[in-house]
Design a protein around this ligand. Structure first.
Ligand code: SF4
Length: 195
């Protein structure tokens, strides 16, 4: 025959299983607070077709990223836990890299404002690259200095400058320095990021 203590324990167990009691005990954050709809949710990366290792394009820290691809399109970008640099983390800029591809407001053409113009025009990137190359050549030709006032060979131009951004990595900065100094004879070369 069931003892008084056993009956009391059974009663307490059944009270403890009441949804309202369970919800209060877990501060409303336990499984009883999860709807069937929410329970069916899963991380979108779980059914990705492919996971590609890449590097964040924003700054010279070079955090490693995992890029998840489904049906040929990128569906998510996350920090790579295997990287000794970022160990799975990304800063807010790196975490928003997905928007570089998916944001409908991203610029896809070059914005050009002609001298003395009061409005911007859309131009293709190839056109802008041609124009930059042309202006650099013209400026360099017009301002080339073979010798200084003491007749010492300098072979440079001080009419063109370069200010790099934080997105440039080591290798890009190396190539820029090589082209600008060795190739074009530029003197003023600076970079925003000194990492
Ligand atoms: S922008 Fe942020 S996530 Fe990207 S490389 Fe730099 S620190 Fe890392």
């Amino acid at each position: 025959m069931e003892s008084k203590r056993g009956r009391l324990r059974g009663l307490m167990d059944s009270v403890a299983n009441w949804p309202a009691v369970r919800e209060i005990a877990s501060l409303g954050m336990g499984p009883e607070a999860i709807s069937e709809h929410t329970r069916r949710w899963q991380a979108r990366i779980l059914d990705a077709d492919e996971k590609v290792v890449s590097v964040c394009p924003y700054c010279a820290v070079g955090c490693s990223q995992l890029i998840y691809v489904k049906n040929g399109s990128i569906i998510d970008i996350e920090g790579n836990p295997s990287s000794p640099i970022n160990q799975g983390t990304l800063c807010p800029k790196g975490a928003a890299t997905f928007e570089l591809l998916s944001n409908p407001n991203r610029l896809t053409t070059v914005k050009y404002r002609a001298p003395y113009s009061d409005h911007w025009e859309d131009r293709p990137l190839d056109w802008a690259m041609e124009r930059v190359a042309h202006l650099i050549k013209e400026t360099r030709d017009q301002n080339w200095e073979e010798k200084n006032e003491k007749e010492e060979a300098v072979r440079h131009t001080t009419a063109i400058a370069s200010l790099g951004g934080a997105t440039l990595d080591n290798e890009e900065n190396y190539l820029m320095k090589k082209l600008f100094t060795g190739g074009l004879g530029m003197v003023w070369i600076e970079n925003q990021a000194r990492i």
